[in-house]
Write a protein that binds this ligand. Sequence first.
Ligand code: NAP
Length: 286
Amino acid sequence: MRVVVTGGSGQLARAIRETWTGHEVLCPPEAELDLSSREAIRRVLHEVNPGVVINAGAFTQVDRCEAEEAVATLINGTAVAWLAETCDDLQAKLVQISTDYVFDGQGTRPYRETDPVNPQSVYGRTKFLGEQAALSACNHLVARTSWLYDAWGKNFFLTMVNAARQGRALRVVADQRGTPTSCRALARQLQTAIDEDWRGLVHATCAGETTWHGFAAEIFRQTGIEASLSPCTTADYPLPAPRPAYSVMDGAHRGELGTDRMPTWEHALVEVVAHHRQESLGTERP
Ligand SMILES: NC(=O)c1ccc[n+]([C@@H]2O[C@H](COP(=O)([O-])OP(=O)(O)OC[C@H]3O[C@@H](n4cnc5c(N)ncnc54)[C@H](OP(=O)(O)O)[C@@H]3O)[C@@H](O)[C@H]2O)c1
């Protein structure tokens, strides 16, 4: 099957390109497929004629979204409607990647797909618009995920590793609970979802839960990097966009749709740490 992944220079797109087997995976970057242009979406997708479009492109800088709501709405919401109409023309499946930020974070047990959403930020609201637009496509899958990271890209894992290596003292929030999800683990689950023709809305995070502080501690334990790490609260570091205090998602529906391949978050981290070591060796070689 020919698969187009939007946002081709992002971390999830790269993980899909590197892990998928048996499919022709094309990952056009923004310069080749600009989601803010309906004309570009229609032209590129009609030229390529994919069987599946995975929308991994998004305005992901959650704090910038607060100040740039029109752009966030265009890229995270309106563009998905254009993808949906074009996928329908081509009889292609649309896979929309969504987020835990659609929830308000006041939950006390893992969120199910049937739970009401209540986004608190511009990013969350515009990603919810994207979900609604994707649900209008004849053949769609909306996969909500959280706390994405990998051995490259812009993410919490690399921020922690790089800051600790520079000898910086790290204070990390210990009052937000969620689930770190490696892009590679999600990418493999997405391939299974395509191969098994999953449809509808599904939560797709790694298993288990922790806080950002707990995640940082496990990163340093697994990498063996010595770090000066201490906990702080969300209130200690006010940011423009509110974060959900609790955003753990229930994964039971995956098992109802087919093969649940998501590992525990600690297990997924082992693979990313190994990749990070390889990448570091590559850059350190003379
Ligand atoms: N990161 C997380 O923790 C997280 C959590 C839950 C859900 N998600 C969702 O998961 C998906 C993948 O996220 P990610 O972590 O891989 O994000 P990422 O690394 O920031 O990748 C997103 C990509 O979208 C691109 N993009 C921005 N504007 C675009 C436009 N107008 N046209 C085409 N591409 C555009 C970005 O390009 P530039 O780099 O040039 O800006 C970037 O390469 C997104 O839908 C995101 O909302 C992410």
